[in-house]
Design a protein around this ligand. Structure first.
Ligand code: SF4
Length: 181
């Protein structure tokens, strides 16, 4: 049996969705019989996202230039892209800064108005990724194939999404636990 090329990606999120993924506990051993993890911050931390990935879970919103470039690369190289958790689906907590306006306004608020020492704007071009003016959910930028909401999605919901895909079926979100947020 040819294994599914499986990836997970971490954009602007707290990593809680990945922690919930690990909460699938012993089912991860079953999953390993069906998938090769080809890219993931919790299993295969390669520098480059590989070609021809079958399924990718994308955690986090798009908040900076690096997030945006990685998301576009992931979309171009992935057959089935899953928006993984509320930060990816709605932009959630990272989007709270949108209330302040542009990236410049956010930096001024954090480093000048609220900074209590060494009050100056950070300047590290080429080292720290440039903030985008607005934090966005991933479906505003690329096509998403499946949405998996939750902050984080429970381990049961993650399993209920992935398990049918292993058999070439579409996941169904049925039952109170699957649709309660
Ligand atoms: Fe963290 Fe919740 Fe965002 Fe997942 S959806 S990355 S758990 S804040």
């Amino acid at each position: 049996m040819e294994k599914i090329k499986f990836a997970t990606v971490w954009l602007a999120g707290c990593s809680g969705c990945h922690m919930s993924f690990l909460d699938m506990d012993e089912w991860l051993i079953d999953l390993a019989q069906y998938v090769d993890v080809v890219y993931s911050p919790v299993g295969c931390d390669l520098k480059e996202y590989p070609d021809n990935v079958d399924v990718c879970l994308v955690e986090g919103a798009v908040a900076n230039q690096e997030n945006l470039e990685l998301l576009e690369e992931v979309r171009a190289k992935t057959k089935l892209l899953i928006s993984f958790g509320d930060c990816a689906v709605t932009a959630n907590v990272p989007a709270m800064r949108n209330m302040l306006g542009t990236a410049e306004a956010v930096l001024k608020r954090g480093y000048l108005e609220l900074g209590d020492c060494n009050q100056q704007l950070p300047y590290a071009p080429g080292i720290v990724p440039e903030l985008l003016d607005r934090v966005t959910p991933i479906h505003e930028l690329v096509k998403v194939d499946i949405f998996m909401p939750g902050c984080p999605p429970s381990a049961d919901r993650i399993k209920a999404t992935i398990e049918p895909l292993l058999n070439g079926e579409q996941p169904k979100m049925e039952g109170r636990e699957m649709i309660k947020f």
